[in-house]
Design a protein around this ligand. Structure first.
Ligand SMILES: [Zn+2]
Length: 116
């Protein structure tokens, strides 16, 4: 997915939620973004500003919460965050490489502030 698609999705979700709450304006949107998505918050903010023009979300501040990449080892059940570069997905305790992604791929609208 590209930042444009993701931004469109964030804007649509925010506008839908605003409609339900009879909001006059959206002032702030909190977004969770996983480190492993590769999405650049600066880039999303940039597209958002363009797309939100002439909607009630125009001028809204986007606040990003970065979620670190976290893996769970299928052999010893250790949950760890790969930190070396290049990233090693092997378990630091037992070396197993068949691990489950616990977090780091999320992108969701968490919360928002509106004027009613
Ligand atoms: Zn392990």
């Amino acid at each position: 997915m590209h930042e444009v698609t993701v931004t469109q999705d964030i804007l649509e979700k925010a506008l839908d939620a605003a409609k339900v709450n009879n909001a006059k304006a959206i002032t702030k949107i909190r977004i969770k973004v996983g480190d492993f998505t590769g999405f650049d918050p600066g880039c999303i903010s940039f597209y958002f500003e363009l797309m939100a023009k002439d909607t009630i979300a125009e001028g809204a501040v986007l606040e990003f919460e970065k979620i670190p990449l976290s893996l769970n080892c299928s052999a010893c059940d250790l949950t760890f965050t790969p930190e070396d570069f290049p990233l090693s997905f092997a378990c630091p305790a037992c070396g197993n490489t068949r691990n489950r992604l616990v977090s780091g791929k999320e992108l969701s609208v968490e919360d928002m502030e509106i004027d009613v």
